[in-house]
Design a protein around this ligand. Structure first.
Ligand code: NAD
Length: 494
């Protein structure tokens, strides 16, 4: 298994509509840059409304036959998809890494997490069997999940295969036809997914991939024949997509950004806590919505922080951590570090001016950065930085630590490191976040438990995966029936 990322340019990639690549009518295109090489690796269309209309036409045409395909046959496509993805794992991991800047190991991990949702979708025949009971004398009620029709998903740059897989398997196995608008920064894995699904036997038109940016997203929100929109990205755009889709009467679930806190108390286990803080804040170079970017340290936990600092200093770029996604993001993150330093933060580990790995001298590198004695009101403590930067806030009591955590407008995740059941219980019960970790820094619930935050980390109701995902992509139909009493002639048979 190679860990080396080779440069190659895939050239012009088009939209995937109705089961094949189709040229866009849009005059503009987007250059896809590899953050490892600072060089173009592909060109995709910056699609317009006409492209979205074409995709909707194809999805609408495919819907009646797909919705009436038996659910076991729809689920069979998921079984095949899982096999194909596992067989092509190394090539796919390479593509994700080249496009996004992850290490190969991180890319592989993200694919495996996406496959878990494929497995969940493969099990939907068990979950979507419906319910039925006698609700009154001679009266029966059945309840079934029915697909909505044409639905859409809009995804961010940071997990180019996993986040589309949070949506597509559950939506299409439930009988919908899907339009995906992947991030224009990392669109290549989503196109590969469309090819895999075709190989797995998915009929043409059931999945369509439209490349592009704002116009494509707005056309999706406005299109009257798209019944539901799921979005994952920053809170700013999540709110726009949610409001615009809801204004058209669509169902919308929009997951946004995060500022996750880890509360550390003196009785925490030193080694596993230091490692947990490091993995959570620096994994994926801090570019994940589950990264905990603030450590709220209660009383004296210096031994833990010292170990964390020492381990962060020994991080090897390209091995322990990939690149930042773009030059612009790198500048933005560095700006937060500069500002915090100017405000008085102690820079315990400084990722600025890092040593790039020999093979990728032009990559967008930033080393792990740890800022100590940060004030809870500073921008580095309040805003989503989305990079490998951990802010340490010192406080005296668990109560004030909770106040800091709950004072943040986001609510994706929170974690506590302790050996005390009482402390763990207090945080789990009182933290205002959708996903809580106890001695776990990245508390992503595994399938079938659903993924989703609270507060400004989500607009809309429910979660994106698990049972909640099924509820989002389907309507409930209730049939209440009463049959006339048997006629006199038939009564003799009873
Ligand atoms: P982003 O919001 O910039 O982009 C997400 C999508 O929105 C992209 O497809 C993009 O083309 C589109 N978009 C961007 N600006 C738009 C506009 N003005 N109008 C319409 N569409 C627009 O997010 P990103 O930088 O790609 O991803 C990082 C963000 O995603 C972070 O905030 C991170 O926390 C969040 N994220 C959240 C979760 C979660 O589960 N809550 C998961 C992954 C990432």
């Amino acid at each position: 298994m190679s860990t080396i990322i080779q440069y190659h340019n895939l050239g012009k990639k088009q939209n995937w509509i109705g089961g094949s690549y189709e040229e866009s009518s849009a005059p503009k295109s987007i250059t896809v840059i590899s953050p490892y090489f600072d060089q173009a690796i592909a060109e995709v269309p910056d699609s317009n409304q006409a492209d979205v209309n074409r995709a909707v036409e194809q999805a609408k045409a495919a819907f009646p036959a797909w919705a009436s395909t038996h659910i076991r046959d729809r689920a069979a496509v998921m079984f095949k998809l899982k096999t194909i993805m596992e067989q092509d794992m190394e090539a796919l991991a390479h593509l994700v890494a080249l496009d996004n800047g992850k290490t190969i190991a991180d890319a592989r991990g993200s694919i495996l997490r996406g496959i878990e949702v494929v497995e969940f979708a493969a099990s939907l025949p068990n979950m979507l069997k419906g319910e039925s009971s006698n609700v009154g004398h001679g009266i029966n009620c059945t309840m079934t999940h029915e697909p909505l029709g044409v639905v859409a998903g809009i995804t961010p740059f940071n997990f180019p295969i996993m986040v589309p897989l949070w949506m597509i398997p559950i939506a299409i196995t439930s009988g919908n036809c899907f339009i995906l608008k992947p991030s224009e920064q990392t669109p290549l894995a989503a196109l590969k997914l469309a090819e895999y699904l075709q190989e797995a036997g998915l009929p043409n038109g059931v999945l369509n991939v439209i490349n592009g940016s704002r116009e494509a997203v707005e056309s999706i929100c406005d299109h009257p024949d798209i019944k539901a929109v799921a979005f994952v990205g920053s809170s700013r755009v999540a709110k726009i997509v949610y409001s615009r889709s809801a204004a058209q009467g669509k169902r919308a679930l929009c997951l946004g950004g995060a500022k996750n806190h880890m509360i550390v108390v003196p009785d925490a286990d030193q080694d596993s806590t230091a490692k947990g803080l490091l993995a959570s804040s620096m994994g994926s170079a801090g570019q994940r919505c589950m990264a905990a970017s603030v450590a709220v340290c209660v009383d004296d936990v210096d031994a833990i922080i010292d170990q964390l600092v020492e381990e962060a200093r020994s991080f090897q770029l390209g091995l322990d951590m990939g690149t930042i996604v773009s030059k612009a993001a790198l500048e933005k993150i560095t700006g937060y570090i500069d500002a915090a330093e100017a405000m008085g933060a102690k820079v315990r580990v400084d990722g600025r001016n890092p040593n790039p790995p020999e093979a990728y001298p032009d990559g967008y590198w930033l080393g792990p950065t740890i800022l100590d004695h940060v004030d809870p009101d500073w921008p580095c403590a309040r805003e989503e930085i989305f990079g490998p930067v951990l802010s340490i806030i010192r406080t005296d009591t668990l109560e004030s630590a909770l106040r800091i955590e709950n004072g943040n407008p986001y609510g994706n995740a929170a974690a506590v490191f302790t050996t005390s059941g009482q402390v763990a219980k207090t945080i789990a019960e009182s933290a205002s976040a959708g996903m809580i970790g106890i001695n776990i820094g990245v508390p992503v619930p595994r399938e079938p438990y659903s993924f989703g935050g609270w507060n400004e980390s989500k607009y809309g109701h429910g979660d994106i995966t698990g049972r909640s995902g099924v509820d989002f992509w389907t309507n409930l139909k209730k049939v209440t029936s009463r049959w006339p009493e048997s006629s006199e002639a038939w009564k003799k048979y009873f």
